[in-house]
Design a binder for this molecule. Structure first.
Ligand code: 6GU
Length: 224
């Protein structure tokens, strides 16, 4: 998979992809992540990437020209499965959307900033608009990092244990059961006996019960 991220703040997207699973996914050739600075495509002498909004009102709008130039350049080089715009008024991001995006070959992600992007970019180029939740971030970069992480870990071969992405919370609309490791007792707090029993059928039943209980308590909406 190839992912192109278009941003006015490339610094924000350096560390999320340079450690752990995301770094290894790139090292092993499962994904190429290219971060592009929209400012490099500004043609005006001050390298502006935003402007006042028509009709007046507080807040700047991301200009159409540099973003269009960058999108056109990338589209001429390859076909994109989706051209995504990260925006608080987008479709709510959830696991089903991750699964679908993980099947793509090339994804482009535009990070929103200021009051947002000139509407004509959305109308003409964007194929999908994503929000990661009902709150407002200062920009789309951290949200884009969330989407990339959630998608890349689903690419076959990225996770060591092939089955572990399938047993994630949400893949079966259930939250994960509690987990424990050594020691068996810490300051009087004990690991549930069943996990030490060696009876794997019983352990599996316990985990299913716990997953269901946790989902009922915390996310009953998932069971609807
Ligand atoms: Cl994608 N962008 C911004 N700026 N805020 C958000 C968001 C995106 N998703 C939730 N809040």
């Amino acid at each position: 998979m190839r992912i192109d991220i278009l941003t006015v703040l490339p610094q924000l997207l350096e560390s999320p992809f340079s450690a752990s699973i995301m770094q290894r996914a790139q090292d092993k050739g499962h994904v190429e992540i290219h971060v592009h600075n929209i400012r490099d495509y500004s043609t005006n002498k001050h390298k502006n990437v935003d402007d006042y909004q028509y009709g007046g009102g507080a807040g700047m709008v991301m200009s159409i020209e540099p973003i269009a130039a960058l999108i056109e350049k990338l589209k001429a080089e390859r076909n994109y499965n989706e051209i995504i715009y990260m925006t608080p008024d987008g479709e709510l991001f959830e696991q089903g959307m991750c699964n679908q995006l993980s099947l793509g070959q090339n994804l482009m992600i535009l990070c929103g900033h200021y009051k947002g992007v000139d509407e004509r970019i959305r109308e003409h180029y964007i194929t999908k608009e994503i929000s990661i939740g009902s709150y407002v971030l200062s920009g789309g970069e951290l949200a884009a990092a969330v989407v990339v992480d959630a998608v890349v870990r689903l690419i076959p071969g990225v996770l060591n244990d092939e089955t572990s992405a399938l047993t994630d919370s949400f893949q079966d609309n259930l939250l994960s059961p509690p987990v424990y490791t050594r020691p068996p007792e810490f300051k009087g707090m004990k690991v549930p006996d069943v996990l030490l029993s060696g009876d794997f059928a019983k352990i599996e039943r316990w985990r299913e019960d716990q997953a269901l209980k946790r989902t009922k308590e915390r996310r009953p909406d998932l069971l609807d």
